[in-house]
Design a protein. Structure first.
Length: 316
């Protein structure tokens, strides 16, 4: 029987096909003969307690000049699908929460949602590291300027970042004596009205911010080390970092063994861990990336592994 797959994503016409992980997933599903229904957040609706969407059948191509074409569009019940990939990028705002609530109704009706809507709501990608303090660097979450200053004095070199951004946006590095300490704290906390995360600076960032992908709690054996540009603190590819493929080290595998079982239990089938040196810094669950880079560097088929995992789940 053909598996009916839906995807909720940002506009497919605006993606970068060379590096887009969602496109890799759709290509892998299409190779298996699955039907593909494309949706954006604005296509979703509820009618009398049943989740629906204005969905378009989509065909995808591994072609940098033409990577998709749409076919028929129709209103569908989401529970007519077997699986839905929730691949909408942050911001994690109230519309995102509404989307997960609609998808949760489809889940209740029997649809497999990747990743689980409740956990998408519950697990902030930065705060989720608190589930695994044994894996993380010294960390503080607060909006109190005094606590942030005390943390800076204690560790002497710290990173401050908001809890609701991606791609390295609004990340600051502070050291004692920096003339901008006050303005950075005021800016990032919105004058003490928003929580932020402070982490001890990890000097191994010069060797790369490692992205490790987990499929149903099990790690892909290679990771992408995103090495910052000279003079830059952030390794994110969106911030100009360079991706270098490397096999997982012993500490990397230990971290995966620590976090994998709980993530699987929480219904997180596709996760991207961010690891700097020996420390877990973020757990990316909304729309993890780096599939295409790792596939190219190491001859992998990560999206295919994910589709096979989904097929096994559906068979169960």
């Amino acid at each position: 029987m053909t598996i009916r797959l839906g995807v909720v994503m940002d506009p497919i016409a605006s993606i970068k096909p060379k590096k887009d992980s969602t496109l890799a997933m759709l290509l892998a599903a299409q190779r298996r003969g699955w039907s593909l229904s494309y949706m954006e957040q604005g296509d979703l609706f509820l009618r009398d307690g049943r989740a629906g969407a204005r969905a378009r059948q989509v065909e995808v191509f591994d072609d940098l000049g033409r990577w998709h074409t749409f076919h028929d569009a129709a209103d569908i019940a989401l529970d007519s699908l077997d699986v839905i990939l929730m691949r909408k990028d942050p911001p994690f705002n109230i519309e995102y929460i509404y989307t997960t609530q609609i998808l949760e109704l489809a889940e209740t009706a029997g649809v497999l949602i990747v990743n689980k809507p409740q956990t998408l709501r519950d697990a902030n990608e930065k705060l989720a590291t608190a589930w695994f303090p044994q894996c993380a660097a010294p960390t503080l979450v607060t909006r109190d300027a005094r606590r942030l200053r005390d943390f800076l004095r204690e560790h002497e070199d710290v990173i401050l970042k908001p809890l609701d951004t991606m791609g390295g946006h609004s990340i600051f590095r502070l050291r004692p004596g920096d003339p901008n300490i006050s303005v950075v704290i005021e800016t990032i906390t919105h004058y003490g009205t928003q929580l932020v995360m402070a982490q001890r600076y990890i000097p191994e960032i010069v060797d790369g911010d490692k992205r490790i992908l987990l499929i149903d709690g099990e790690p892909v054996p290679y990771m992408l080390a995103r090495v910052p540009q000279a003079g830059e603190t952030r390794g994110n590819l969106a911030a100009g970092g360079t991706g270098i493929g490397r096999p997982l080290g012993e500490r990397d595998r230990w971290i995966c063994a620590q976090v994998g079982p709980l993530l699987r239990q929480k219904g997180l089938m596709f996760v991207g861990l961010d690891v700097i040196g020996d420390f877990l810094t973020e757990i990316n669950i909304t729309s993890p990336t780096c599939i295409r880079e790792l596939d190219k560097l190491h001859g992998l088929d990560i999206a295919g592994q994910l589709m096979d995992c989904i097929a096994r789940k559906l068979a169960q």
